[in-house]
Design a protein around this ligand. Structure first.
Ligand code: SAM
Ligand code: DTB
Ligand code: SF4
Length: 321
């Protein structure tokens, strides 16, 4: 694997071995992924997480894909205020009533200040008290901040590697790959489960996709939860006109992730509104076993809950208990 400064990383998967999986005939790869999936997970079960944006836009980071970066003019209303605790509790209750097990709160921050963290701690405690699993994504964290979140009862922290180390500089310049690895380590050390994945369709090559998956699989241990996002091409971002990735290539990415991270919960994340039901079924076949459930992601659309329930019914998929 290419040299990259990585802490506590193991070389469980060489990139070339990951590429070999990608290059298998499609049916062989899917068959292999299904076997791994059935050996480690209930095969007809999907975990449901609902997202809420608790602070939207005006982000100082320059992530090229993101509608919330202040470096891009996407027409998004810039608002640096944090959502009120009552609004968070109301949305979490509504998500629970619709059948979500986990409530994920996202803030468009480079990293939270201690005061901002005080407010998020209250939100985590309040959502936890509803009997739901909690997840937050707040940008970079220091060790002491991760410990405070753990004490509040946080179950998962989402922080993505997004892409391969060598492609990363084309997408983000305001924080490094190592910054991300350091946050992941602080989260893990605090005893919080790690939710970490990336994006397909940023203009990366298959080799670079394999590089991202190898990085994820070589985290020690690999993440508990792995969101695979299909780029939502938002007008006004530098990636608005990047050609979409071939559908089978996206399904292959899910299948390869399943083979190399057998126990992880794999989330079919952003980009589902542009996927057909058939394509989503192929993703579940390839080992995806979680979705974002709710009519909105952070700032972009997600399939309507009713549509997702109908799809699950048609496929005989049950929400995870
Ligand atoms: N600001 C925090 C951070 O970056 O760590 C948390 C929120 S950020 C929106 C969470 C993740 O959403 C990003 O790491 C990226 O993987 C994903 N994301 C953002 N915009 C996206 C888009 N247009 N399409 C697909 N995924 C996207
Ligand atoms: C993740 O990997 N995907 C989610 C969640 N983690 C926070 C966010 C997707 C955001 C898509 C663009 C938007 O709605 O702003
Ligand atoms: Fe900010 Fe996160 Fe968007 Fe990057 S991905 S611009 S850090 S909100």
């Amino acid at each position: 694997m290419e040299a990259v400064a990585v802490t506590r990383n193991v070389q469980r998967w060489q990139r070339d071995a990951v590429l070999e999986l990608y290059e298998l005939p499609f049916m062989d790869l899917l068959h292999r992924a299904q076997i791994v999936h059935r050996n480690h997970h209930a095969p007809n079960t999907v975990q449901l997480s609902t997202l809420m944006s608790i602070k939207t836009g005006a982000c100082t980071e320059d992530c090229a894909y993101c509608p919330q970066s202040k470096h891009h003019d996407t027409g998004l209303e810039q608002d640096s205020r944090l959502a009120a605790l009552e609004a968070v509790v109301a949305e979490a209750k509504a998500a629970r009533a619709q059948g979500a097990q986990r409530f994920c709160m996202g803030a468009a921050w480079r990293s939270p200040t201690e005061r901002q963290l005080d407010d998020v701690v209250e939100m985590v405690q309040a959502v936890k008290a509803l009997g739901m699993e909690t997840c937050v994504t707040l940008g970079m964290l220091k060790a002491g901040q991760a410990e405070r979140l753990k004490q509040a009862g946080l179950d998962y922290y989402n922080h993505n590697l997004d892409t391969s180390p060598e492609f990363y500089g084309n997408i983000i310049t305001t924080r490094t790959y190592q910054d991300r690895l350091d946050t992941l380590e602080a989260v893990r050390e605090a005893g919080i489960k790690v939710c970490c994945g990336g994006i397909v369709g940023l203009g990366e090559s298959r080799r670079e996709r394999a590089g991202l998956l190898a990085q994820l699989a070589n985290l020690n241990p690999y993440p508990d939860s792995v969101p695979i996002n299909n780029l939502v091409r938002v007008e006004g971002t530098p990636l608005a006109d990047v050609p979409a990735v071939d559908e089978f290539e996206f399904v292959r990415t899910i299948a390869v992730a399943r083979v190399i991270m057998p126990k992880a919960v794999l989330r079919l994340s952003a980009g589902r509104t542009e996927m057909s039901d058939t394509m989503q079924a192929l993703c579940f076949m390839a080992g995806a076993n979680s979705i974002f459930y709710g009519d909105e992601l952070l700032t972009t659309a997600n399939p309507q809950q009713q549509k997702d329930r109908h799809l699950m019914e048609r496929l005989g998929l049950q929400p995870a208990a």
